[in-house]
Ligand binder design. Sequence first.
Ligand SMILES: Cc1ncc(COP(=O)(O)O)c(C=O)c1O
Length: 435
Amino acid sequence: MAQQNSSGAALMERYRSAIFPAVAPYYPDQPLVVDRAKDQELWDADGKRYLDFFGGVLTVSVGHCNEEITSRTIEQLQRVQHTSTLFVNEIMVEVAEKVAALTPGALQKSFFTNSGSEADETAILAARCYTGNNDVIALRHAYSGRTLQAMSLTAHGNWRLGNVIDPHIRHARSPYTYRTPLDLSPQEVVDLCIADLEELIATCTNGRIAAFIAEPIQGVGGYIVPPQDYFGRVAPIIRAAGGVFISDEVQTGWGRTGDHWWGIEHWGVEPDIMTFAKGMANGAPVGCTTASAEIADALPGMTFSTFGGNPVTMATALATIEYMERNQVQANAAVQGTVLREKMEDLEAEFDFIGEVRGMGLMQALEIVQPGPERQPDADLAARIMSEAREQGLLIGKGGLHGNVIRVAPLLNVDDATMQEGSELLARAVTSAAG
Ligand SMILES: Cc1ncc(COP(=O)(O)O)c(C=O)c1O
């Protein structure tokens, strides 16, 4: 385990006495104290260098302190920092126009906030106002954030703090093909999920719903990828019940899944609302809900977000999006994601504790299990792999209901050499954790 210098240890002591303990860092025995970062690399307080294959949870999308982006942030910071939405700032309109141009179909109007939780919450509010219905269907194993409503949408027991839950949110079965009660084929899993969704609407709602919200690939859930036809079968059921389809692109957006800008495009469904945050502004706090004009116009009265659409955040988002477009990061995610995936599949062939490799583009996971037919989640081994990776100088993440899924998400502009180095370090980490 990495040693921490005295300033790092002292900082952790202050952290523990000053910060809510629920804000729990990775590596609980020796949390990593970040000193600085540049492009694909990060250095801790001891001067140790790491390759960043997690990007602060898929948020640093195109490189730490990316000069092109940072210079525009600074420029805006020196021009005007804050206006609130009570005055109009052009750059917010520019970002909204850009989002409308890049998103599919009728999606046209945006509302900016500061986080994914707020973006999802705004989407639910808009859907309820538009449809006049209250009930919302989310998926088990979903993660939507930390506001009360976002926690209600979330379906991981340990992320639902306080038990203060919106009673109009119901959870349908997730198409988690690796873990089903019976040994079902992917097609049978979809059939089961569809039957469950129909029964949920028939039994737990009055038949009329406001919305269905889902992540195209469940992120915190452990990169759960649905079978190809799942969302295509869900959409007509939702619309027949009067609901709108919300695609939570907080993790899967902006080219992350490869080839397309949006995760949902892989499944051929056109959503009525999309939400973004994380990678949209390369680390600046942003939330964005984008909807058709009809839905956006249905929000009655007034709403306001002090920092939503803040000119500095908007300048950073615009610079990030322009960088992404110019560098075609969705194409890079497909190419580099294939290299990473091959390496992970080699590891799966070698180690029987890797139950499944799954993901798309630069969003790839290893589900770690105890070998054998039961496939019991092995969270301890996953934690060892995380620590070994850190020791090797590689930052990765974990997730899944049981904390047994290793999540690997290199930055979207990762190049060949960095991918090569990172894949090697991952292989070394898995090998040493196995030993
Ligand atoms: C899919 C998804 N939606 C929403 C959120 C909430 O975003 P935030 O933490 O910015 O509130 C997250 C955060 O991880 C997420 O992964």
